[in-house]
Design a protein around this ligand. Sequence first.
Ligand SMILES: C[S@@+](CC[C@H](N)C(=O)[O-])C[C@H]1O[C@@H](n2cnc3c(N)ncnc32)[C@H](O)[C@@H]1O
Length: 265
Amino acid sequence: MKYNDLDLKNWKELDINVDSLWLIGARDRTGKHSNIYHGNFIPQIPNQLIRRFTKKHETVLDVFIGSGTTLFECEKLSRNCIGFDINEDILNYVKKNMPYPTDESKYEIDNCDVTNEKQFEEKINLSLKKINKKNVQLLIMHPPYLDIVKFTDKKEDLSAISDLSLFIQKFLIVIKNSLKYLENNRYFAIIIGDVYKNREVIPLSFYLLDAIKKKFRVKLKGIIVKNIEGNRGKLGKFGIWKYRALTSDYYIFKHEYILVFKKDK
Ligand SMILES: C[S@@+](CC[C@H](N)C(=O)[O-])C[C@H]1O[C@@H](n2cnc3c(N)ncnc32)[C@H](O)[C@@H]1O
């Protein structure tokens, strides 16, 4: 395999999930993962993607690094990591937990509005220089799901956008900015959920998928459905949300999508 170093001699024992349905039980709370950030993803997601799509000492770029879930997995799995986020407060938290100063040549996180092309260019070039790399081998993107969770008060924050078309437009800029730095024939993943607005489902993931396919030369490699069992106590079989759903006409979101693409030459 050119893009990972999985030991295929023992392929039956490998705990790499190759199904399109990921039923992940409990959140991995080991190591530096603290689950303090509302809207973070479970460490198992970057862990699976990093091991499947990169080799040791390659570089992962996460343009919405948030509380550092991808960074801490990179550290665990001996990958380099560049992480950006618009939220300075959460970045300060992450910096405290970073493996500085011993490994500063491998990890770089910075405050950046990734929808701003000029700022992105500046920051990515600086970051790549610091870790002595020219490009990245995996791109992970876990954006806000429209304005469902508000992250900062900044107007450039994607979570300030409630309009679907504007959100797609801005997100396509983020993809354009970051795809430039992804090595050809390598992979990027978007972790995204749908939203419920004005009494109906807005399938954000489907709209985004369609827009990406129309705009970029990429191959869609997987639409993974991941459950969020265990993340939301109230969603249990007997929780209040079941009662609320029954007294209305909607279905409770239990899943999110992981869209996996390959950058075509
Ligand atoms: C869903 S969270 C990512 C959480 C992360 N995966 C984790 O595990 O902590 C989305 C992140 O996008 C950031 N964000 C929103 N708009 C942004 C922008 N324009 N530029 C950079 N980051 C942005 C938010 O601050 C937030 O931390």
